[in-house]
Design a binder for this molecule. Structure first.
Ligand code: GLP
Length: 244
């Protein structure tokens, strides 16, 4: 079930996302499912501002990130572990041991199993998502089964091209695969907010909301989730029949 909110620009979208996040933060010690990419950065800035201005504490909060590149050292400047520390964790009072980011090194199969096992001990109260221009969520690319749990996924050419901007514009530097929560793992979250801005996301957003439920658009699995808020700017919403 989608609730769709369209706002004028990225800042407004981020503020709207933060309002939803703040309600969940106010419930006590929630478990947060967090995403990387440019889409949630504005939300994370709001969370940092709120922590600094209002003293909102993350001492008792657990976080689980969606995914991590395979083969990058944890401290690589483009690892998702680094991304989360730079964009959020280093600016709030979350204890390091409360942070969970999948491991993209060593025995990958073993890491995936261990991550899913840990995740299953908890219920994610709010899961933040972006969407890839090919309809992926986390790194679950088209064709990924709906019943997938944490696994290694080969990245599509389109995703590697999209993400080359973080690797000096060079697709050859973009890792070929990633460890990612599966679609079934994501669907267990109580509440989901999905942020998408820019025209580049318009087709994926349309396929997710109005297309058939199909592994061709992994995000379309969210049609079956009871509580998904989709936060869009106008260009990202531009292909929705609803807004024509
Ligand atoms: C990345 C991440 C996703 C993210 C998506 C969109 O590859 N693995 O979790 O949602 O692609 O990224 P962005 O928000 O930068 O457009």
């Amino acid at each position: 079930m989608f609730k769709i909110l369209v706002r004028d620009n990225y800042d407004e979208v981020s503020k709207e996302a933060f309002k939803i996040m703040k309600k969940v933060l106010n419930t006590g010690s929630p478990v947060l499912g967090l995403a990387t990419g440019s889409s949630p950065v504005g939300l994370y800035k709001e969370m940092i501002r709120d922590h600094q201005e209002n003293g909102t504490s993350y001492q008792d909060i657990l976080t689980f990130n969606l995914d991590e590149y395979v083969g990058l050292p944890r401290d690589h400047r483009e690892s998702y572990w680094t991304f989360m520390h730079v964009n959020l964790f280093d600016h709030i009072d979350i204890p390091e041991e409360n942070i969970h980011v999948p491991l993209g090194n060593g025995d990958i199969k073993k890491n995936c199993k261990a991550y899913e096992k840990e995740l299953k001990k908890h219920t994610v109260d709010i899961q933040v998502l972006g969407i890839g221009s090919d309809g992926h969520i986390a790194f679950n690319e088209p064709g990924c089964p709906f019943d997938s749990e944490t696994h290694e996924m080969e990245l599509t050419e389109q995703t590697r091209t999209d993400n080359a901007r973080f690797f000096d514009g060079d697709i050859n530097q973009v890792p070929k695969s990633a460890v990612t929560m599966g679609l079934a793992s994501i669907m267990r979250a109580k509440k989901i907010i999905l942020i998408a801005t820019g025209e580049n996301k318009a087709q994926a957003v349309k396929d997710m909301i109005e297309g058939p439920k199909s592994v061709d658009c992994p995000a379309s699995i969210l049609q079956d989730h009871p509580d998904v808020t989709v936060l869009l700017d106008k260009p990202a919403a531009s292909k929705l029949t609803l807004f024509k």
